[in-house]
Design a protein around this ligand. Structure first.
Ligand SMILES: *Cc1c(COP(=O)(O)O)cnc(C)c1O
Length: 404
């Protein structure tokens, strides 16, 4: 009989490809901000599946939408219409203040789709010479794991031995709008950036960066593509991090939380003058826009329409950020973040990020390290004030226990 954590770990270790290095916690249930292990222990989920579980595990409205749809129809392909896609794309376009949605599945697919749209727009609308289109990206980016997306990553682990790499990208320092302007030439079709770099360690650019990117791209007739796959849909206390910066990109790339923590749902959202370049047969996905995804996506949009989630993330975020900042000088070197999303740099002289994550798991808090000594906190927005205080207290206790 398979029923202990050790058994499940052994099975995964033997038969699942080793492309991850998970903490040794085997989760079997989740409710709201908390998950339960097969050993019966409860953990506060302060990663929330990299923001895919923004609204908590098993959110009643999202589970209901999924269950209702499971009983009706789950997949039609886009060869036919289904009665869920129309309401979903209408609601999502309205939420984003745009008029068109390209539905896909994973985040990486949304980014790939945005790249294809930008290139086609470049050739068909801007008049770029065939096969010359160039897209500007930022150092430290994370946009997904496909061969094209890792081609313009600077993360050697993500790139090494996966070449040859896709051409057509130039990378400039993140947070430096002048570097973007200097890199633009007649072949530039788009600037693709994360409004906050998540995987890089919650790197928040200077306040004038996104407005400057918007001004430059508008003036130079270049598309501004905001990868809000992790920063968007409530996490930062706004529908989009671009809202916090007062800018509207040409294309939003959405994913993660759009699937309500239930299934992969992603989208490119923009206006018809850009997204309208796609004609039948030029792009697609068997699963993109499927009725189950659309039903869940619509329920997610409805959760965001009232603004309550965004407000909750903002208020709870202030509590999280100030709690974490109180640990600076006590084993924490720096805290970065916006809303309910924080990157905490642990003093590498004291411990690795991994060791702190393991000690936190022992104390009932799940987080994930990135780049050695940074820990990211992104609890579900449905967490309570007490949950946030608990997470901060446990980190404080872990740091206090480290040998000086
Ligand atoms: C997670 C993420 C992606 C990729 O999404 P997947 O669903 O894992 O393919 C792309 N961009 C950003 C900013 C992300 O955080």
């Amino acid at each position: 009989m398979i029923d202990t954590s050790a058994d499940f770990l052994a099975q995964e270790n033997e038969h699942a490809a080793h492309n991850y290095h998970p903490l040794e916690v085997v989760v079997s249930h989740g409710e709201g901000a908390w998950v339960t292990g097969v050993d019966g222990r409860r953990y506060l989920d302060c990663l929330a599946a990299y923001s895919a579980v923004n609204f908590g595990h098993g959110h009643p409205a999202l589970i209901r939408a999924a269950k209702d749809q499971l009983d009706r129809i789950t997949l039609t392909s886009r060869a036919f219409h289904n009665d869920q896609l129309g309401p979903f794309v209408t609601a999502l376009a309205r939420l984003a203040g745009k008029d068109m949605v390209l539905p896909m599945n994973t985040g990486a697919e949304a980014v790939e789709s945005g790249i294809k749209v930008a290139r086609a727009w470049g050739y068909r609308v801007k008049g770029v010479q065939p096969n010359k289109a160039m897209i500007i990206v930022a150092d430290g980016n994370f946009h997904g794991r496909t061969t094209t997306l890792i081609s313009f990553s600077n993360d050697e682990e993500a790139r090494a031995d996966f070449g040859p790499y896709t051409p057509g990208f130039v990378s400039v320092p993140y947070g430096d709008a002048a570097a973007i302007e200097a890199a633009i030439d007649e072949n530039t079709v788009a600037v693709l950036i994360e409004p906050i770099q998540g995987e890089a360690g919650i790197v928040v650019p200077p306040a004038d960066y996104l407005p400057a990117v918007r001004e430059i791209t508008t003036r130079k007739n270049v598309l501004f593509i905001a990868d809000e796959i992790q920063s968007g849909l409530g996490r930062t206390g706004a529908t989009f991090q671009c809202d916090n910066a007062g800018v509207v990109p040409d294309l939003y790339l959405l994913g993660k939380a759009l699937g309500g923590g239930i299934l992969p749902v992603s989208a490119v959202v923009g206006n018809a003058d850009v997204l309208g370049v796609l004609k039948p047969g030029q792009h697609g996905s068997t699963f993109g826009g499927n009725p189950l995804a659309a039903a869940v996506g619509l329920a997610v949009v409805e959760l965001l329409e009232t603004g309550e989630m965004q407000e909750r993330a903002r208020v709870l975020g202030e509590r999280l950020q100030s709690g974490l900042r109180s640990l600076i000088g006590h084993g924490v070197l720096e805290v970065r973040g916006v809303g309910l999303w924080a990157g905490v740099d642990i003093d590498p002289a004291l411990a690795t990020g991994r060791a702190v994550c393991e000690a936190l798991a022992e104390r009932g808090v799940l987080v994930k390290d990135t780049h050695g000594s940074t820990i990211r906190f992104a609890p579900p927005i449905v967490a309570s004030d007490d949950d946030i205080d608990f997470a901060v207290e446990q980190l404080k206790a872990v740091l206090a226990e480290l040998p000086a």
